[in-house]
Design a protein around this ligand. Structure first.
Ligand code: KG4
Ligand code: ZN
Length: 368
């Protein structure tokens, strides 16, 4: 079964074709990073307009790279939740149009669930455009029960999957998502957007023990909090450059040396990653999963990968970095598993759900 996956929930316009929920045939991602960098963050209206401009060429390239015609496609899967409403509308309208005109079953996919499914891609088609993935895919699909640490710009969650569509939310952030904390700390340090990769890069040359930041203690055993850490970095930077809270935070970085920026980035990253790994380790020992996966943009963080592998007594195979950030392949992959359990949705009725939680999807409901 070949599924075309379409993703436009934030600032990436993406389409991909995946066969049988595991074999990647094409993967096209048009990122808007350059457009939003000037504003220091995603501007929703600008994002939606940019999606409209490129959605058709992106979908056609996904078909072309996979050497597929419309006849070869068995189903269309599209992100309908959560995300920016204007962005979601562009992808869902494209998918609904294709499903209606080409008579394909349509599956409405939850973006956060889909991030986890990047880890189920284990085989490659023969398109030359996929060469970047050679020898980078996991050697086998994860086994259940599977512990998933989902860490993106909008979510930080620990989820225990007992089977496809059968999962329990163990814990989540009580305030900021970890990716959001990376992005906000990067802004304070004057590092370029997007903040996650910038912090990771800067941290490589820094002293991770130069500054001491607190780890939040949560009442929920598997919950997180990152807002206090973000504020602690801000206060420490103010202290370092001898100003108080009245000083404009967007001018703080001008007073920091490059070495200080690297040390702040490394010290922040250490505590953020330790917070995630401490919690994942607790859940690992309580639930004894057969596999552990990480998902979402922050899963591209090298320190998170190395710390998790060092601390958990299990062999973890990580998805390639470019399948951790937003892409259509994860949508197409999950589309296959939705198709095994859920009826297709009507292309004439599908509506976007900008703030739907992952535990409220039809896929999760149908089996719990
Ligand atoms: O999953 P994603 O691409 O979009 C959302 O669904 O939110 O995640 C984006 C987040 C951003 O906060 C970005 O700064 C962070 O992932 N990120 C990283 C890295 N690459 C992206 N954070 C840490 N290290 C990275 N290498
Ligand atoms: Zn995402």
């Amino acid at each position: 079964m070949k599924v075309l996956g379409i993703e436009t929930s934030c600032d990436e316009t993406a389409a991909a074709i995946v066969e049988d929920g595991k074999k990647l045939l094409s993967n096209v991602v048009n990122t808007q990073i350059d457009i939003h960098a000037a504003y220091g963050g995603v501007v929703p209206e600008v994002a939606a307009r940019s999606h409209i401009e490129v959605i058709n060429p992106v979908i056609h390239k996904a078909l072309h790279d996979a050497s597929c015609t419309w006849d070869d496609i068995d189903a269309v899967a599209v992100t309908y939740a959560p995300g920016l409403v204007g962005s979601l509308l562009v992808g869902t309208l494209a998918a609904r149009t294709i499903a209606a005109l080409a008579h394909k079953p349509l599956y409405a996919i939850h973006h956060v669930e889909a991030h986890v499914y990047a880890n189920f891609i284990t085989e490659l088609g023969d398109s030359p455009s996929l060469e970047v993935f050679t020898s980078k895919l996991p050697s086998k699909q994860p086994q259940f029960p599977m512990l998933a640490l989902i860490v993106s710009g909008g979510h930080s969650q620990l989820v225990l999957f007992r089977d496809h569509g059968q999962y329990e939310l163990l814990g989540q952030t009580q305030d900021d998502a970890v990716g959001e904390a990376f992005d906000k700390v990067a802004k304070v340090l004057g590092l370029p957007y997007p903040g996650g990769p910038s912090i990771s890069r800067a941290a490589e040359g820094g002293d991770a023990h130069k500054y001491t930041f607190p780890k939040a203690r949560m009442s929920g055993k598997y919950d997180f909090s990152f807002s206090g850490l973000k504020t602690a970095v801000l206060r420490a930077v103010q202290h370092e450059v001898c100003v108080d809270f009245r000083f404009p935070s967007n001018e703080l970085s001008e007073r920091l040396s490059e070495a200080q920026k690297r040390d702040f980035a490394a010290s922040f990253q250490r505590i953020a990653i330790e917070t995630l790994v401490d919690t994942a380790e607790r859940a690992f020992h309580d639930f004894n999963p057969a596999s552990v996966v990480i998902a979402g943009g922050v899963a591209a963080d090298r320190l998170l990968r190395s710390e998790l592998s060092a601390r958990l007594p299990i062999d973890i195979e990580y998805a390639p970095m470019s399948l951790c950030t937003d892409n259509g392949a994860m949508i197409a992959t999950l589309g296959y598993y939705y198709a095994q359990k859920c009826p297709a949705v009507s292309p004439f009725d599908l509506e976007v759900m900008p703030s739907l939680s992952m535990t409220q999807t039809a896929w999760a409901d149908s089996s719990n």
